[in-house]
Design a protein around this ligand. Structure first.
Ligand SMILES: Nc1ncnc2c1ncn2[C@@H]1O[C@H](COP(=O)(O)OP(=O)(O)O)[C@@H](O)[C@H]1O
Ligand SMILES: CC(C)(COP(=O)(O)O)[C@@H](O)C(=O)NCCC(=O)O
Ligand SMILES: [K+]
Length: 245
């Protein structure tokens, strides 16, 4: 049994896996109380391996380690971006500067596709990364995520006032909330269409807002992308692979 943890900027996602079987899964914030709700005392004693991929601050990393140590004496292993894993090769000259979540998602994608592909991770930030047929990472993009876009409008202006929530649709808005949320929806569609024009390789999508990108890509008729698939556990899949080495 192993515990896999993906600590993103919004949420910490974890899974207890036995081989490839997911025994238990959860997601929470460090502040929300019982992060590992559902893992019993006996199960904690049965976990010989704990692997973590984090993009949080060093302070938050230490705090997460402290929380885990409250449950078990099993050492916590942190995994970071490396220059290569098998044939997969990182595009960054300094791999330590690339988010571990992006790298582990690429490891998961490369393992599944074994060929040219792209990963879209729509989390707090939206990241898009490409791999060529030989496993060379070609680089990527980092964009603000959905909640970050609306939060930044709220924080950076005095009179863009709107309640939390969502508004479906992409028609030009006629209230502030519509202008904001329809704007984000419109941009999501534009992003999907640009991806469909730029890419002619399988695209694996992950992250809390992944289904919105998937829907937008599915709705784009002229897309050149041969496969669009949601892989909610892609970071943990990659983490399991690097941890098993
Ligand atoms: N239960 C949830 N809690 C928080 N955000 C969620 C949830 N479900 C979907 N989301 C959306 O997913 C985004 C965060 O995705 P996630 O992949 O968890 O981010 P990260 O990996 O950066 O922590 C948020 O911007 C929000 O729009
Ligand atoms: C881009 C990210 C913020 C995405 O993290 P997330 O939205 O999943 O929390 C993270 O991968 C990160 O902090 N990267 C470091 C900079 C880089 O990848 O170049
Ligand atoms: K993520």
């Amino acid at each position: 049994m192993k515990l896999l943890v993906d600590a993103g900027n919004t949420r910490i996602k974890w899974q207890l896996r036995e081989g490839s079987e997911i025994r238990l899964a959860g997601s929470a914030t460090l502040e929300s109380g019982d992060l590992f709700e559902g893992i019993t005392r006996t199960e904690w004693q049965d976990i010989p391996s704990i692997s973590v991929s984090t993009v949080r601050s060093e302070h938050a990393r230490i705090e997460l380690e402290r929380v885990i140590k409250g449950y078990t004496a099993t050492p916590v292993r942190f995994f970071w971006t490396r220059s290569s894993f098998g044939r997969l090769t990182c595009a960054y000259e300094d791999p330590s500067a690339m988010g571990a979540d992006r790298w582990h998602a690429l490891v998961g994608a490369w393992h599944e596709i074994q060929g040219a592909c792209a990963v879209v991770d729509a989390g707090s930030a939206i990241t898009i990364d490409w791999i060529d047929a030989g496993g060379q990472h070609l680089g990527g993009y980092i964009l603000p995520g959905r909640t970050m876009m609306t939060d930044s409008l709220r924080q950076g202006t005095a009179r863009v006032l709107f309640d939390a929530g969502q508004a479906e649709g992409i028609s030009p808005g006629q209230t502030t909330a519509e202008c904001v949320f329809h704007g984000v929806n419109w941009l999501t569609r534009a992003l999907a269409e640009q991806l469909g024009r730029d890419l002619a390789v399988p695209v694996l999508i992950t992250g809390g807002d992944g289904s919105l990108i998937k829907t937008a890509l599915d709705n784009y008729q002229d897309s050149r992308i041969p496969l669009v698939a949601l892989r909610p556990d892609l970071v943990l899949d990659g983490l399991a692979l690097v941890g098993a080495e």
